[in-house]
Design a protein around this ligand. Structure first.
Ligand code: FES
Length: 176
């Protein structure tokens, strides 16, 4: 994903501030990456290069660590973050169908962002609302008993209109 010059500038500034409080030991790598993610919401390439410079290691090694751990997000989150619960209760109640529905509607896969950066999609572990399964959390707001039709309704509330033909497809998924 292409970052704007402004985003790169912010990323470098914030990373620089974080690095000030860390010595140049390689053992600091993960805590530093965690801090960067906490500050920026993701760990951009420019930040990884900066961290590598600080710790005196090749950028590719920092990149390998960041991609190895699922906790690190390498691209900026969408304006609206959609998290589909795939905990046991939600899975039993068809969470995978709902996840599939989000993927199709947004035309993105898990851990991706729509090209207009409006939405990002994630799968998450139990969010503690099992009685409402299957659950989708959008920007911290929990939506329970989600069906494909509800997915369309939620998208509609964000101004996304689903073409008529495709709505039927969603309903068909709901009856499976
Ligand atoms: S399994 Fe989804 S809320 Fe618990």
């Amino acid at each position: 994903m292409h970052l704007t010059e402004e985003e790169k500038k912010v990323a470098l500034e914030q990373t620089g501030n974080i690095l000030e409080s860390y010595s140049r030991e390689r053992g600091n790598l993960i805590p530093i990456l965690q801090q960067v993610q906490e500050k920026l919401g993701y760990v951009p390439l420019v930040a990884m290069e900066e961290v590598a410079r600080h710790l005196g290691m090749p950028p590719v090694d920092v990149y390998s660590v960041a991609t190895f751990y699922n906790q690190f997000r390498l691209i900026p989150p969408g304006k609206h973050q959609i998290k589909v619960c795939m905990g046991t209760a939600c899975h039993m109640k068809g969470g995978n169908i709902i996840l599939d529905c989000w993927k199709r509607r947004l035309s993105i896969d898990v851990n991706q962002v729509t090209p207009d950066r409006e939405f990002s999609l994630e799968r998450v572990a139990c969010v503690g609302c099992c009685t409402m399964a299957p659950v989708t959390v959008i920007d911290e707001e929990v939506h329970g008993r989600v069906t494909p039709t509800r997915v369309d309704g939620l998208l509609f509330s964000f101004g996304v209109k689903i073409p008529k033909g495709q709505q039927k497809e969603g309903e068909a998924i709901g009856r499976e």
